[in-house]
Design a protein. Structure first.
Lengths: 215, 305
């Protein structure tokens, strides 16, 4: 089957990178250097979302993803990754991840696919956390009237951190499907694979695991 | 004498996979608007029946009726000949396809008892769904209905359908002419494969099973493409150009499509509903049908059959 794509590349995607709402400035640091002798400052990091290509396939006339929606989805990707992967490593209380998902998708956070969706069970980082998110591409579907309620995004994230037992590397890749839900964009479905590697994962040397989830 | 042409179950594979998912685009037709630049060819109609509200609850099965009707150009009254009811269990990632011979006599709401395919002529896919749903003891929220041309166009657009023909098939009525072995069928060939019944001693029963096989092959083919969430949008866009959506939205179809793609064809039981000879040319539900339906209705999966 050769889908007839009426794709439109958003030329503004690059400029969107400048939008503060979408691009979260990288500010990773091992803040502990400023800690006093009696206070430990946990390492922190922010995920930076670099907009990639934006395409739209339409059941009707050619359509474009509105700038506001495009930016909102980019922000949703960054926010999810921040909460699901970086925050746990920071040792922070993990935010309510269900808020990133639709009501029908949220149960996956408690089921067999949990391990691919978040990193809450990993050791807390003791050193610098470095998240590297590859440019995020968006692909949207417009209905015959031009409305867009489904936007897919790519995800290719590598997070490196140091924990008590040594380094940790997390690589999470795949696709997320977002839909409008109560005025925001939430994850409707996903296909993700996550690989975790490094001595910091366990106490007995290097361990590695790969989990896939979603369909 | 009118020759019946049950279309194929391919539609089923598509419902599970593409149809359900892809039909999204048909919203244009829903609104009665011609999609600019879209092909005029329509593969099928996807109907969301009254009160249907599909939500992918893990413990809740979803039932989808796939109908191949005998409609051709200019024909206004059509019979729903190829009949396949699919139950999908989202939690177990298993499904069951029950194949019902078209001549099976069932009570048709408002029309007494008649061959089940007549319900399509009386009230279209909705009435056929009501008829079969009542007999099987399930609520059917979605119906995929196709005709000859729709089936052919669909298979051709898929790039053909690969099947393993188990024996020499040759039937002048349907046009089936296949050597045994694995081969790719185009739309016309797939239709003839699905229509072939004169060659078989038990006629429509074997044909009905063959249709079920085609559906599973379609599902196998779609799954082999390993389409992810993003690729599903492309499928939906393509499907939407060839489908008429009756009360079905894009998000519905996306969810159903992803569900369909999550089902391994090896986890789909294809079962012919037991029938016996009835009055005249009618068939009647046979011994075991009631327990089969009961086993099927609770979760879409057969535990004891």
């Amino acid at each position: 089957m050769s889908p007839s794509l009426s794709s439109s590349l958003s030329r503004r995607a690059w400029s969107a990178a400048l939008l503060a709402t979408v691009v979260l400035a990288a500010c990773s640091s091992g803040g502990s250097s400023k800690a006093t002798s009696t206070t430990t400052v946990a390492p922190t990091a922010r995920v930076r979302v670099t907009p990639g290509q934006v395409t739209v396939v339409s059941a009707g006339p050619a359509a474009q993803l509105a700038d506001a929606d495009r930016d909102a989805v980019f922000a949703a990707v960054g926010s999810y990754v921040q909460d699901a992967t970086v925050a746990p490593l920071e040792g922070k209380q993990v935010p309510d991840l269900a808020s990133h998902f639709t009501a029908t998708a949220a149960p996956a956070l408690q089921g067999a696919e949990r391990d691919a969706l978040l990193d809450t069970d990993l050791p807390r980082a003791t050193g610098k956390i470095t998240p590297a998110l590859q440019p995020v591409n968006l692909h949207a579907l417009a209905d015959p009237g031009g409305a867009i309620d489904l936007v897919g995004s790519t995800l290719d994230l590598t997070v490196q951190a140091n924990a008590k037992g040594g380094p940790i590397t997390i690589h999470r890749s795949g696709e997320l499907m977002f839909t409008r839900d109560g005025g925001t964009w939430k994850i409707l479905s996903f296909r993700l694979a996550v690989t975790r590697d490094g001595a910091g994962l366990g106490t007995a040397g290097s361990t590695s695991s790969t989990t896939k989830a979603g369909s | 004498m009118i020759r019946r042409h049950p279309i194929v179950a391919t539609v089923v594979g598509i419902p599970l996979v593409l149809t359900l998912t892809l039909a999204t685009l048909a919203s244009l037709w829903l609104a009665g608007v011609q999609i600019p630049g879209a092909s005029a060819a329509r593969w099928f109609t996807i109907t969301k029946t009254a009160n249907a509200d599909y939500t992918p609850i893990p413990d809740k099965p979803v039932f989808i009726l796939v109908i191949g009707n005998d409609g051709r150009t200019g024909q206004t009254v059509t019979r729903g000949d190829a009949i396949h009811l699919i139950g999908v269990n989202p939690a177990l990632h298993q499904a069951t396809m029950l194949d019902l011979p078209r001549d099976t006599a069932l009570p048709i709401p408002g029309h007494g008892t008649d061959k089940v395919n007549a319900s399509h002529a009386f009230g279209g896919p909705r009435l056929e769904a009501d008829t079969i749903g009542a007999a099987f003891g399930v609520q059917i929220p979605y119906v995929v209905d196709t005709d000859f041309d729709g089936f052919i166009g669909m298979v051709d657009d898929m790039g053909g359908l690969t099947v393993n023909v188990p024996y020499r098939m040759q039937d002048s009525f349907s046009g089936a002419d296949f050597q045994p072995g694995v081969q790719k069928l185009d739309g016309h060939q797939a239709l003839s494969y699905a229509r072939n019944r004169h060659q078989f001693p038990n006629s429509d029963l074997t044909r009905t099973q063959n249709q079920g096989y085609l559906i599973l092959q379609a599902l196998t083919q779609f799954r082999a493409a390993n389409t992810g969430p993003i690729g599903t949008l492309d499928l939906l866009a393509d499907l939407g150009r060839h489908a008429r959506l009756d009360g079905v939205g894009l998000k519905d179809l996306y969810g159903l499509g992803r569900l369909g793609l999550s089902i391994d064809p090896a986890q789909v039981k294809n079962v012919l509903v037991p029938v016996v000879s009835g009055s005249g040319s009618n068939l009647a539900l046979g011994p075991g049908a009631a327990s089969l339906f009961q086993d099927f209705a609770d979760d879409g999966v057969l535990q004891t059959h």
